[in-house]
Design a protein. Structure first.
Length: 97
């Protein structure tokens, strides 16, 4: 628990009970959140106050992802061979001139 917050366990134990409880609750919430869609089971479970229709799928567009995907698609097989394995596309802020 403490390493998740970047503090030694001994320091975590010096936190107030309220702060420790909040940190633990936050960690439990993170653990119950789906890594893929970001929802939690109780949000969908009517027996726990949720709804079978809690969310609807939709499409969002990210201009940054669009740019990275276009750049990735523009790389030729020769480019990829020259660059080697383990490459990935990143965005760097354009410096204002």
């Amino acid at each position: 628990m403490a390493e998740r917050h970047g503090v030694p366990h001994s320091e975590f134990l010096r936190w107030s009970k309220d702060d420790r409880d909040k940190a633990i609750a936050y960690r439990l919430r993170q653990r119950s959140t789906c890594k893929h869609c970001g929802t939690r089971p109780e949000e969908w479970d009517e027996r726990r106050g949720g709804s079978r229709n809690a969310y609807v799928p939709d499409i969002d567009r990210c201009r940054g992802c669009e740019q990275m995907q276009a750049y990735d698609a523009s790389l030729s097989p020769d480019d990829r061979k020259e660059l080697g394995r383990g490459i990935y596309i990143v965005l760097r802020r354009r410096r204002e001139v």
